[in-house]
Design a protein around this ligand. Sequence first.
Ligand code: SF4
Length: 64
Amino acid sequence: MRVVVDRTRCIGSGQCVMTDPEVFDQDEDEGLVVLRTPEPPESARERMRAAVALCPSAAIRLEE
Ligand code: SF4
């Protein structure tokens, strides 16, 4: 599983960070998403699905 983020779509709302702070962070300048763990463990799958669903700007997607 690979997580892909599109910083050009991100609006810095922070839901992804609240969903899994091991995988997502926000930069200090603009608050845009920073991907800390591009290939999270299988145990994080449900949280990754939640992050995709909760992102208000559709900036997160999963690849297998
Ligand atoms: S939830 Fe989406 S819009 Fe909000 S910080 Fe994360 S990637 Fe950006």
